[in-house]
Design a protein around this ligand. Structure first.
Ligand SMILES: Cc1cc2nc3c(=O)[nH]c(=O)nc-3n(C[C@H](O)[C@H](O)[C@H](O)COP(=O)(O)OP(=O)(O)OC[C@H]3O[C@@H](n4cnc5c(N)ncnc54)[C@H](O)[C@@H]3O)c2cc1C
Length: 387
């Protein structure tokens, strides 16, 4: 027996995280008939579980490969455009997204770490992103709250953070206002072609679409395989913690540690949000993401060492989320040559990049051209990679 059709749209986006909702917003605003299909609720996965950091400085680490900065160099321009998008977001969407752009600091504890920050700053400056390095005295003048181990670092205006519980719902609401339709609790189990259209098999019946956009975050590769594409995205669990409120706002920056895994912000309510990519645990059978005790301890230790005031606050909640990355560290944006009509919208650091990826994807979809070159991010670059 064939189940009743769920419906149809010119474009179906699979995934209602930030990337999917931002893409839906821009496409619907451009007049496209869009449906967003998600197996759960809007914002239930990484987009609602992340640490809320808005990066503009390149993400570096001493253990990354030597050619890392060269590899991800194109994303400097992408993040710069992304920052502009964050700065205008609340006005554009007409709602509070908790955006605070007080600037960002990277801190180092050793001269080796400082050399890595120097290299990062040179690459950024070459792309017009004007970060600067500082010695310890310079860092203390910017951030008197830093601990005794910090030897120096860098600062860049325009970095900051936003509230992950507000940003994706705000994009979804704006997309709806432009006519996008949302199908939640609608897991996609297969995607096939039927003449010029796609048939998307879901838990609630088949859905027909002229074109398909996969915006399924860590599950991008799973959906890609449904049409025979290997997209080389892998999921992994990361965790975040939040403390009780401190009486004073000490920190208006996004702070990161180059060597030890720390992102730190302080909310308007005075709570500290402590992240930095520490690994959590995955209960695959129930699809549950948990924090790991060792990571809670490690993350709190780095935080207290870097900003001693954080040690005075009780940690009140920690959680895990499914993040991940692409095989070459770059986003995947645009149509697939191998499967005409099938498109990808994927970004590592997708909270920072989600809004700009949705915008650029849609510019290219609507006009054939985007305001930044998207060639480095084409899904086609992955075609010849071994699985
Ligand atoms: C703990 C943690 C902290 C992070 N901190 C930061 C940070 O501070 N700054 C930053 O920039 N980035 C951060 N990230 C990364 C960022 O959160 C993600 O890159 C981003 O949210 C990805 O957005 P997305 O829309 O692509 O994916 P998601 O938000 O994961 O959305 C994907 C959607 O696809 C749906 N889906 C999957 N499979 C199917 C299916 N078969 N059928 C239908 N729907 C399906 C899912 O239900 C989900 O809703 C963090 C990630 C984690 C986990």
């Amino acid at each position: 027996m064939t189940s009743a059709s769920l419906g149809s749209a010119d474009v179906a986006i699979i995934g209602a995280g930030l990337v999917g909702c931002a893409t839906a917003y821009h496409l619907a605003k451009g007049g496209v008939d869009v449906a967003v299909i998600d197996r759960g609720a809007i914002n239930r996965e990484a987009s609602g579980a992340n640490a809320g950091s808005l990066h503009l400085q390149i993400y570096v680490h001493p253990h990354f490969p030597d050619d890392w900065i060269d590899r991800i160099r194109p994303t400097i321009d992408l993040m710069r455009e992304g920052q502009k998008s964050w700065a205008s977001m609340e006005q554009r969407l007409g709602t509070d997204c908790g955006v605070r752009l007080g600037g960002g600091l990277w801190v180092a504890e050793t001269q080796d770490e400082m050399r890595l920050i120097d290299k990062k700053v040179r690459a950024e400056n070459a792309h017009g992103v004007m970060s600067s390095t500082y010695d310890r005295a310079g860092m203390l003048s910017l951030a008197p709250y830093l601990g005794e181990h910090v030897v120096g670092g860098s600062f860049l205006a325009g970095e900051g953070f936003a509230n992950p519980l507000l940003v994706t719902p705000a994009h979804a609401a704006a997309a709806r206002r432009h006519g996008a339709r949302f199908f939640t609790d609608t897991g996609v189990t297969a995607v096939s072609r039927d003449g010029a259209a796609f048939v998307i098999e879901t838990a609630r019946g088949p859905f027909r679409a002229g074109q398909v956009v996969v915006a399924a975050g860590a599950w991008t590769a799973v959906i890609g395989r449904m049409v025979g594409l290997e997209l080389h995205v892998e999921g992994s669990i990361a965790q975040v913690g939040v403390t009780e409120a401190r009486p004073n706002i000490m920190l208006d920056h996004l702070l990161q540690h180059v060597g030890k895994g720390l992102t730190l912000k302080q909310s308007r309510q005075g709570t500290y949000i402590i992240g930095g990519g520490w690994p959590g645990r995955y209960d695959r059978s129930r699809d549950k993401k948990h924090p790991a005790l060792e990571s809670i301890i490690g993350n709190a230790w780095v935080s207290a060492r870097t900003v001693p005031d954080t040690a005075k606050a009780q940690l009140v909640r920690t959680w895990g989320g499914m993040g991940g990355g692409s095989v070459d560290g770059l986003p995947i944006i645009g149509p697939s040559r191998a499967v005409p009509g099938f498109h990808v919208a994927y970004a590592p650091l997708g909270f920072t990049m989600g809004p700009i990826v949705g915008q650029l994807f849609s510019e290219r979809f609507l006009t054939g051209e985007a305001s930044l070159p998207l060639e480095p991010y084409s899904p086609d670059r992955l075609l010849d990679r071994a699985a």
